[in-house]
Write a protein that binds this ligand. Structure first.
Ligand code: 3PG
Length: 400
């Protein structure tokens, strides 16, 4: 982007592909980290006199307009953070978008409606995606890729559009890649990876690749129960991906062979039923050993002994990468595990990276100071796929 700015962007229409996919409660943004993350790029462009057109997805609408997924709240928040009026187009490439963009003066900012209201954005068909990218390209002279959270998606605005316009990486994408490169090329050991989240199937590829790179893997969240099952334990009514048990069993064996310490919960906080996340009403719960989860109980967080164990495995780390909540942190009765891992990262002298929309939102909503971490990535899937060593379409498109 600095090169683009040096060449001069005044009067040019610059489409910034951002990731404004923020968590919403109705129309209230519960964590605006992703909007704040794109501010340096938007401010630099607007300050240099560009006509800035911000485009993003939000959620997973089905390729047609759906008010529940409107970017209007994000546009309003962007305006507040910029301290300037931000125009909002009520469609993405239609009449409203064209009128909004042509109404921009130098240094003005607009946000287009959700890219995924158009089937072409996420289409698997190259021609359909290309046709939508053509429409987007007609709204801009230059392209800046700054939606790090979406660079792993081969979508029209991420992959096809930069091929149609002079392009550059924004500040956020550059900063994210610089940090993740450190983890893949020049990692300070011991390299400890904490993985949580609901589904083990989302994490299989990254676990596979980390078994050759990390020194320790600490497992929590819903995915831990598939590991416990693979070790031969019963997990009650906990989340379980039975079909993944053989793959997980193979990982447990490979970890042993590779000298990777794969650490599983020794105790869990379990409940007779899933808590109400809306009312957050107190839920009946108790701590049980991980190898003795009663048949009618569901594990919803790592227990106190596990928190201590994991903190001790983090304390002497050189680098820590953490992705995924360790429990149902949205409910106060099951947030202790996630909070304790965040605290262990804050307390350690390691270079700490929090990867992922969910974990990043978790540390902020649990009240941690984001400056206490080495880096908080705005990309969940994107940072995991980067660590796997995959080619990310949105980065490849910018490099070429
Ligand atoms: C994310 O939240 O990880 C990014 O915004 C990408 O969203 P997606 O998984 O719906 O493509």
């Amino acid at each position: 982007i600095d090169e683009l700015l040096a060449e001069g962007v005044s009067g040019k229409r610059v489409l910034v592909r951002a990731d404004l996919n923020v968590p919403l409660d109705g129309t209230t943004i519960t964590d605006d980290g992703r909007i704040r993350a794109v501010l340096p790029t938007v401010k630099a462009l607007a300050g240099a006199g560009a006509r800035v057109v911000v485009a993003s997805h939000l959620g997973r609408p089905k390729g047609a307009p759906d008010p529940a997924f409107s970017l209007a709240p994000a546009a309003a928040r962007l305006g507040e953070l910029l301290g300037a009026d931000v125009a909002f187009a009520t469609d993405t490439v239609g009449e409203s978008a064209r009128a909004t963009v042509s109404g921009l003066g130098d240094g003005d900012v607009a946000v287009l409606e959700n890219l995924r209201f158009n089937a072409g954005e996420t289409s698997k068909d190259d021609a359909e995606r290309g046709a939508f990218a053509d429409q987007l390209a007609s709204l801009a002279d230059l392209y800046v890729g700054d939606g790090f959270g979406a660079v792993h998606r081969k979508h029209a605005s991420v992959y096809d559009l930069p091929a149609r316009l002079p392009h550059a990486a924004g500040y956020l994408v550059a900063a994210e890649v610089a940090v993740l490169r450190k983890l893949t090329e020049d990692v300070k050991r011991p390299y400890v990876v904490v993985l949580g989240g609901a589904k083990v199937s989302d994490k299989l590829a990254v676990i596979d690749s980390l078994l050759g790179k990390a020194d320790r893997l600490l497992i929590g969240g819903g995915m831990a129960y598939t590991f416990l099952k693979a070790q031969g334990h019963e997990v009650g009514t906990s989340l379980l991906q039975e079909d993944q048990v053989p793959a997980v069993r193979e990982y447990l064996e490979r970890a042993g062979k590779n000298g990777v310490e794969l650490v599983l919960p020794v105790d869990v906080v379990a409940a007779p039923e899933f808590p109400d996340l809306k009312t957050k009403a107190p839920a009946e719960h108790g701590t049980v050993d991980a190898d003795a989860i009663p048949a009618d109980r569901e594990g919803l967080d790592i227990g106190p002994k596990t928190r201590e164990l994991y903190a001790s495995r983090i304390a002497d780390a050189g680098t820590v990468f953490w992705n995924g909540p360790l429990g149902v942190f949205e409910h106060p009765d099951f947030a202790g595990g996630t909070r304790s891992i965040a605290q262990a990262l804050v307390d350690s002298t390691a270079f700490t990276v929090v990867g992922g929309g969910d974990s990043a939102a978790a540390v902020r909503t649990l009240g941690f100071d984001e400056n206490a971490f080495g880096h908080i990535s705005t990309g969940g899937g994107a940072s995991l796929e980067y660590l796997e060593g995959k080619t990310l379409p949105g980065l490849a498109a910018l490099e070429d």
